[in-house]
Design a protein around this ligand. Sequence first.
Ligand SMILES: Cc1ncc(COP(=O)(O)O)c(C=O)c1O
Length: 411
Amino acid sequence: MLNREHFEDLDKTDPLTSFYEEFDLPEGIVYLDGNSLGPLPKKSKERARQVVEQEWGRDLIKSWNKAGWFHMGERIGDKIGGLIGADPGEVIACDNTSINLFKVLSLALDMRADRRKILMEGSNFPTDNYVAQGLTKHLGYGHEVIFAERDQLIDAITEDVAVVSLVHVHYKTGRIMDVKAVMEKARSVGALVVWDLCHSAGAVPVELNDWKADFAVGCGYKYLNGGPGAPSFVYVAKRHQGRFRQPLDGWWGHKAPFDFTRDYEPAEDIWQMMTGTQPILSMSLLEEGVDQMTRADMGLIREKSKRMGDLFIQLVDEKLEGYGFEIVSPRDAEERGSQVAMTHEYGYPVVQALIERNIIGDFRAPDILRFGFGPLYTRYVNIWDMVETLQDVMQKNLWNLPEYQAKAAVT
Ligand SMILES: Cc1ncc(COP(=O)(O)O)c(C=O)c1O
């Protein structure tokens, strides 16, 4: 049987402890929702002040050059690229994940003009499906989105598929997709592949160039700790750049925006993925989160994340038996991202009861409770405390109060 001391001991020898103090987490909060919104790095507060007061307030428009605002997307993109196995010039930070997905899916369909199918997993994060469905409708050339779930996925990658668009780490279950199998099959039939790395970047090792990936997108507000609504990133493999055009011709994607020419001439490199003016304040905060992440060792992050997930599952098995929870994340840590999900018939009120007790996870309809581990700020002892609190909530039926039943707009 596990006990709290075991978790305290793990914290004492955790090689990532120095990062704990870099976050501005409220006292007493157990934050297990960094898979949805990463917490605030202390340095980001300083940076926000600097951008607002000095760069904007004092230097005004000069900051486009003086503070490097104009090239921020490329600069941050290169840093993120280093975290996900891309070369400089293959990643740019801009827009949001949905928009970037629209761009790369459209690009991919252009590259496979003789094919009409986008293959996806139906249980993808909804925006992926919606964007693909919207794009095919907009194109109006008989394109279609076809769905296959995990077991049928590889077989469904056939010669008429133009692009396979998949979430690398599943947003609900945390299951990691079998990249090798997907890439091999896609290559063998000439299909392109788009990876959604929202739940991967900063949490699990990603090697886009080793994978021989074509395109990828991901968000900045989860494990990259870039802040609410932080810009997204988009990867286009060097070999695909300059050959096809993303569809949103905005002046920032022009090869010389400040020539102000009448007609659009796309940049030939990753810069073409830009559209219009970027949110500089948000970009600045994203850069702080990314800078912090680049100082951490991904091997240590992954080891700790796997261990925390294993311990969490072990504790749930030991302490919550008979309360109706079912672990739906893979039990094998190698197949799991940095979160553990479980189902419960009354998942929503149970999560609300936990939040009221300072344990923050989230709920995903219809019945999933998700708990994410951010190895830079989650302590082992948080896991023990979380499961103990949940046991208490279940034993005393504390979730079954009227105020926990009504769903808020964001769950
Ligand atoms: C897998 C995945 N893709 C995309 C998104 C969101 O995309 P956007 O940045 O456009 O809101 C999320 C958000 O949680 C996600 O989990």
